[in-house]
Design a protein around this ligand. Sequence first.
Ligand SMILES: [Zn+2]
Length: 407
Amino acid sequence: MRVSTAFNRLLAIPGASVTDVVIGERDVEVTLRPTARLLTCPCGKRQPSVYDRRRRRWRHLDLGVKRLWLVNEIRRLNCPNCGVITEAVPWARPGSRFTRDFEDMVLWLAQRSDRTTVSTLMRCAWESVTAIINRGVAELLDKRRLQTLYRIGVDEICYRHPHRYLTIIGDHDTGTVVNIRPGRSEQSLTDFYTAQPDSMLKQIQAVSMDVSKPYIGATRSKVPEAIICFDGFHIMRWINRALDAVFSEAAAGPDKVHMSSAQWRTTRWALRTGENRLTDTKRELVNQIAKQNRRVGRAWALKEQARDLYRYDHQPGVARALLKAWITAAKRCRIPAFVALGKRLAVYFDGILAAIELGISNALAESINAKIRLINARGYGHHTAETLTSMIYLCLGGLQVKLPTRT
Ligand SMILES: [Zn+2]
């Protein structure tokens, strides 16, 4: 069998056949000839005439330990819509010097591991990884994702200290991020609403958020019909913070509970864990501290009651009564952190109740928070809003990246 025939079968490049193969010390260069006669513009239009041509190399998936390059005389055409432009080739995304297979593998890996792993394994520069992610997101993000929004969640994330924020808009029904805006001001969210057609805005029934004045303002003025809900995730964070404060006090006060710092951390974590998820040893730990310090026991019980509000389906009217009872209990418990919390929840009563009654789950806010922490730890160079935005879309935008080796 001839070498070019063998490579033709081996690589099976869409829309091209192999005419030549050069095997070097580190690289393998495979020359291609496109099978289509007409040139294709990236806009889809086909044309017979060539404007000019030049040699281009695309990096393909490695062949053993050698880098594999596809070489082709790429042509430019004069498109009536786009002007003079480089033709689109079936094996690569427009403008890229990597093949689609190579890029898809980078995208798949970037969804799952850190930047150093991706660039080391794929043997390409960090900057290339960033460019591949941007191109992949632009192509793979579903354009229809904004057409069917009924219940959305809005959250802010800080991507660089101090005071650099993004506003993240998610879809409760799909659990995906549908839009990202710079900043966290009223204008940030207003810009999102304004960019949507009226028919879409009319569909929005509920908007969940942290208790945040800018987002409340933007939502009231742009989608006044929508019910504003305060995310249970954020409310539970307030409560857990208050519980932490009570526990810290118990560990430091005049009749303090003695424990090592390792014990202290374990106990704090056990206190935060939901009662139904406690192991026997952790449960024992919680019981012990609750017995030693009645305030901690009381605060823990209040935390669990609040969790129950979100955990169970309630009969009509029951959630309202339970939330009222919780607020009253908190105000009367004589633990300053919880008295303050009781007052705070009373202020935001309607929005907190709406989230419970509409069954707006914690899943979206929780997954956005957890995933973005992960993305930040992976170090894709998020000093700019653009790179982080692409990574959030890649990991949370519901993108379907197909691994080329998985057929
Ligand atoms: Zn065109």
